[in-house]
Write a protein that binds this ligand. Sequence first.
Ligand SMILES: Cc1cc2nc3c(=O)[nH]c(=O)nc-3n(C[C@H](O)[C@H](O)[C@H](O)COP(=O)(O)OP(=O)(O)OC[C@H]3O[C@@H](n4cnc5c(N)ncnc54)[C@H](O)[C@@H]3O)c2cc1C
Ligand SMILES: *[C@@H]1O[C@H](CO)[C@@H](O)[C@H](O)[C@H]1NC(C)=O
Ligand SMILES: *[C@@H]1O[C@H](CO)[C@@H](O)[C@H](O)[C@H]1NC(C)=O
Ligand SMILES: *[C@@H]1O[C@H](CO)[C@@H](O)[C@H](O)[C@H]1NC(C)=O
Ligand SMILES: *[C@@H]1O[C@H](CO)[C@@H](O)[C@H](O)[C@H]1NC(C)=O
Ligand SMILES: *[C@@H]1O[C@H](CO)[C@@H](O)[C@H](O)[C@H]1NC(C)=O
Ligand SMILES: *[C@@H]1O[C@H](CO)[C@@H](O)[C@H](O)[C@H]1NC(C)=O
Ligand SMILES: *[C@@H]1O[C@H](CO)[C@@H](O)[C@H](O)[C@H]1NC(C)=O
Ligand SMILES: *[C@@H]1O[C@H](CO)[C@@H](O)[C@H](O)[C@H]1NC(C)=O
Ligand SMILES: *[C@@H]1O[C@H](CO)[C@@H](O)[C@H](O)[C@H]1NC(C)=O
Length: 580
Amino acid sequence: MKFLVILIVWAALGHSAEAPVSNATCRSVPGSPGYPRQAEWDALNATVSGRLVAVVPSAKFCASLPGGACTDDQWESAVFRSNIPGAMDQVNWEQGYDLNPPSLCLRNTTSTCGQGDVPLYSVEAETVADIQAAVKFSSTHNLRLVIKSSGHDYLGRSTAPSSLLIRTHNLQNISFSDSFFTGSTDMGAAVTLGSGAYTNALYAQGKAEGKIVVGASAATVCAAGGWVQGAGHSALAPTLGLGADNALGECPNFRIVVANGDLLKVNQEWHPDLFYALRGGGAGSWGVLVSATFKTYPTFNVTSSVLLFGASNTTVAASLALIHAQHIFDWDSVHAGQYFYLEENLNASTSDTTAFVFSVNTIMPKTTVNQSQALLAPFLEAALALPGVSLLSQEFDYGDANDALFQADDSVGDNAVLGSRLIPAATYRDSPATVGKVYEKLLETGAPAILGLLVAGGKVAENANISSAVHPAWRTAKAHVIVIAEWDDSASLAEINQKRHLFQNIQAPILDELIPGSGDSIGSYSNEADVLERNFQTTFFGPNYARLSEIKRTYDPQDLFIVGAGVGSERWDEWGLCRL
Ligand SMILES: Cc1cc2nc3c(=O)[nH]c(=O)nc-3n(C[C@H](O)[C@H](O)[C@H](O)COP(=O)(O)OP(=O)(O)OC[C@H]3O[C@@H](n4cnc5c(N)ncnc54)[C@H](O)[C@@H]3O)c2cc1C
Ligand SMILES: *[C@@H]1O[C@H](CO)[C@@H](O)[C@H](O)[C@H]1NC(C)=O
Ligand SMILES: *[C@@H]1O[C@H](CO)[C@@H](O)[C@H](O)[C@H]1NC(C)=O
Ligand SMILES: *[C@@H]1O[C@H](CO)[C@@H](O)[C@H](O)[C@H]1NC(C)=O
Ligand SMILES: *[C@@H]1O[C@H](CO)[C@@H](O)[C@H](O)[C@H]1NC(C)=O
Ligand SMILES: *[C@@H]1O[C@H](CO)[C@@H](O)[C@H](O)[C@H]1NC(C)=O
Ligand SMILES: *[C@@H]1O[C@H](CO)[C@@H](O)[C@H](O)[C@H]1NC(C)=O
Ligand SMILES: *[C@@H]1O[C@H](CO)[C@@H](O)[C@H](O)[C@H]1NC(C)=O
Ligand SMILES: *[C@@H]1O[C@H](CO)[C@@H](O)[C@H](O)[C@H]1NC(C)=O
Ligand SMILES: *[C@@H]1O[C@H](CO)[C@@H](O)[C@H](O)[C@H]1NC(C)=O
C-alpha cells in the first residue's frame, strides 16, 4: 500500500512522463504546439499547493490597487516591490523594448499595458518540492525558466518573456550556529541562509548574535541568491574577503535543485565542480539555490564616515577623482572599504559651485573616530586645496559593523543600465593621472554618475589561491568602477537604445584605458555590469570560462538555466527563447 502511494507521488512529480527533453530550437510559448494546456498548469498548481500565480508587470499591479496607483514611496521601495512577483527593481527590465512590436507597461499608463519581458507564471516557492516540481515541469514542457529572489539584477537576468518564474523570496530562513559539524568535525561558526533571505535581516540577526558576516551594502540583496554566485563584494571584503571566499567549504554548503530535479548538497567534497562554479561562475546558470552557508566572525566596531564634496565643473570633478586616486592606498593599514561616488547634481543652477557631488563613504573596521579622521585628513586637505572644491558636510559614526552596514530599504524603481570594470591596483599606484583623465572623458559622454567601490585589495588579494570561479581580476584589483545610464519613461525608443548601448559603444573603451595589457586582462564584476558586454566570456569569467562551460554541460545539458551574458548564453537569443 505504502509502495503504491510512493509510486503515485513519483508519477505526480513527472517521473513517469520522463520523455527526453527535445532539443527543440525554441522554447514553447503560448500558442506553440507543446505549450502546457490549462489542465497541466492546474496540475502543477496543485502539486505546489496553490502557489502558482499569474504574473503581471509592476505598473499593472499598482493599477490594480485601491486608488489605482502606487505612491512614489511604494514604487521606489525594494521592500514594497518584493510583494510583486513580476517586479524588477530597475523597471526597464520589465519592458520588452526589443520584442516585435515593443511591449511596454509604463507607470500610470496601464491602458496600453503589455506583458513585456515579464514572466507569465510564478511558482512562489516555499519548499524544495515546489522548486523540484517547477524545474521538472519546465523541462518536460520545454519552457523558458527564470529564477528570482530579490529582483535586484542589473542585467535583467531574473526576468524573461513568456517564461515560468521560480521565485525564492519566501525562503528567508537564517540560522546561526557556533559550530557546524561535518561528521564529527567542528567547522566553526557559520550561518545558513535561505536564498530569499535579505542582507538587512542578516545584519539585524547578526547583531543580536554578536556575529558579523561579509554581506552587501544593501537592504534586500539576497546573499544566497545572485550575490554569492557573482562573487559578492562588501565594505568588509578588504578585511574578510569576498562573499564567495566566505562560503564554507566543508559543511553541506550550497543546497541546489539542478536541471534534472535533484536536490544536491554541494561543498568541496560533494560536487566540487559545482562548488567551484557557484562561487563566481555567474548568477542563475547552475540551478535553483535553496540555501548557502557562510563563515561568521565575532562582530567588531567600525567607524563609518561620509565626506560630501561639491565640485564646480567637469574639470574640477576629474581633478578631485585624481586626488582621490593618489590617496586610495592611505587606508590600507586598517583594510578600509569605501564607496566613492561622483554624481552630477541635477539640482544645481549654472553658477553653482556644486555642479557635481562627490561622496566618500568609508568603513574602517576596528578604528576609532579619531584614528579614522587622521587617516582621511591627507586626502581631505589635498581635495580642499583644489580651486572649485568645497566640503558640503562630514559625518563620523562609531559602532557595531552590523549597524553601519544595515539599511532598511533600497531606493529603486528607475530605468538604469550599468557598465563596469575592475581597476587594477597597479593603475592607481603607477598612473593616478590616467584615472583623472578617464573620469573627465566619461563625464563628457554624459555619464550622470561614476561609482567607485574600494571593495578589493587586502584579504581579497590574499585569497588569490582559493580555487573558485571568481574572476582573477578581482585579486589584483583595487576598485570596481561603474558607470550608469538612466532615462525617464518619457524617453523615445531611439533615446533609450542610445543609452542602452552607450557603455559598449563609447564608455567601455574609455574605461579600458585604465587596464594595462591585452584584452584578456580586462575584467568586470558580472553582477554589476552591462548585459551587452561584447566579450562577456573573458570580461566576466576570464580564464575560467572553458571550465565553467564544461560544468554547465554536466549539470545542465539542455540549457534550462540560461541568463543574459551567462555561461552558455552564446547559444541562445537575447531572451533565452531560441537557440541560435
Ligand atoms: C541596491 C543594490 C545594492 C547592491 N549592493 C551590492 C553589494 O554591496 N555587493 C555586491 O556584490 N552586489 C551588490 N549589488 C548587486 C547584486 O549582487 C546583484 O544585483 C545580484 O544579482 C542580486 O542577487 P539577487 O538574488 O538578490 O537578485 P535577483 O534579481 O533576484 O537575481 C539575480 C540573479 O541571480 C539569480 N538568482 C536569484 N535567486 C536565485 C536562486 N535562488 N538560485 C539561483 N539563482 C538565483 C537570478 O536568476 C539572476 O540571474 C547591489 C544591487 C542593488 C540593486
Ligand atoms: C540533444 O542534443 C544533445 C547534444 O547535441 C544530445 O547529446 C542529445 O542526445 C540530444 N537529445 C535529444 C532528445 O535529441
Ligand atoms: C493556484 O491555486 C490557487 C489556490 O487554489 C489559486 O488561488 C490560484 O489562482 C491558482 N493559480 C493559477 C495560476 O491558476
Ligand atoms: C503616478 O501616479 C502616482 C499616484 O497618482 C503619482 O504620485 C506619480 O507621480 C505618478 N507618476 C508618474 C511617472 O506619472
Ligand atoms: C530554519 O532554521 C531552523 C533553525 O534555526 C531549522 O530548524 C529549520 O528547519 C529551518 N527551516 C528550513 C525551511 O530550512
Ligand atoms: C535635489 O532636490 C530635491 C528636492 O528638493 C532633494 O530631495 C534632493 O535631495 C536634492 N538632490 C541633491 C543631490 O541635492
Ligand atoms: C579626538 O580628537 C579631538 C580633536 O581632534 C581631541 O580633542 C580628542 O581628545 C581626541 N579624542 C581621543 C580619544 O583621542
Ligand atoms: C572650472 O572651475 C574652476 C575652478 O572654479 C575654474 O578655474 C575653471 O575655469 C572652470 N573651468 C571651466 C571649463 O569652466
Ligand atoms: C562599540 O561601539 C558601541 C557604540 O558606540 C560602544 O558602546 C561599545 O563599547 C563599543 N565596543 C567596543 C569593543 O569598542
Ligand atoms: C599563490 O600560490 C602561488 C604558488 O604557490 C604563490 O607563488 C603565490 O604567492 C600565492 N599567492 C598568494 C596571494 O598567496
